[in-house]
Design a protein around this ligand. Sequence first.
Ligand code: CP
Length: 310
Amino acid sequence: MAASQLSTDHILGIKDLTEEDIQLIFHTADEFKEVINRPIKKVPSLRDVTVANLFFENSTRTRISFELAEKRLSADIVNFSASSSSVKKGETLLDTVNNILSMKVDMIVIRHSAPGAPHFLSRHIDANIVNAGDGTHEHPTQALLDAYSMRERLGDLAGRKVAIFGDILHSRVALSNIFCLKKLGAEVTVCGPPTLIPKYIHELGIGVSFDLRKTLEWCDVANILRIQLERQDIKYFPSLREYAQFYGINRQLLDSLNSEVVIMHPGPINRGVEVTSDVADSRQSIILQQVENGVAIRMAVLFLLAARRA
Ligand code: CP
């Protein structure tokens, strides 16, 4: 049974959300998904609310998805990108945000390379904060749209088996997915080369595997993660070619399994490395449905946070 409002003023991480919060977000997203499939895709729910999208790190999907969600809800929007801002002149994160807030901004969506940046801000400012990815820590709205997309394909996730493949060590998507799926009663296993699996991961109550084929045989869903070369300051495997050979998911491998697995990827994809194009673009893949659902999930999150302001 879904609650009628969120238990929190911010979406900093899935770790802080209750199962009721997640179900409420899904239920609200169901309604917004219906709205964005109408000829007129807009509702006045966030009229008079101003949202600042602060992207200190690159993004395609998350930035556009939040912006579209805000526009569909009739919010006023300001977009900030660190590369063209006074951050380049040495301004601190808190000074930047306080200056933006003094222009009467109600909500902040922030992506930052520093784990904990949104949590730090939440202790110093009044606005609602949504974490759009903080370094290698969490990416809560990605996990929500991932679980929502799995639920859309498979129904209730309790007892479902989800495997997360690849660069778990550098992935904020992995950690948020693990917290979200566990709260929804799914079984989770991570699979990748030992160097890309964090040592603490056992403490999260999930399985760990280094065997790609066995894990694919086990799971209902394969959520395949990108190798995050930009966060790797040392070599974790000999070459991308070798990674693709041992941990890349290709058509031949999928066709040799006993049952069909749902294929997911948060994007951006390194085609031919963690997954081949004939898998990513196949009918087993729900990668573009994930992107579509992202707008409804983000509309739900913003709407529910705004409801707490009322
Ligand atoms: N999934 C995701 O966060 O993609 P972007 O980096 O393009 O936002």
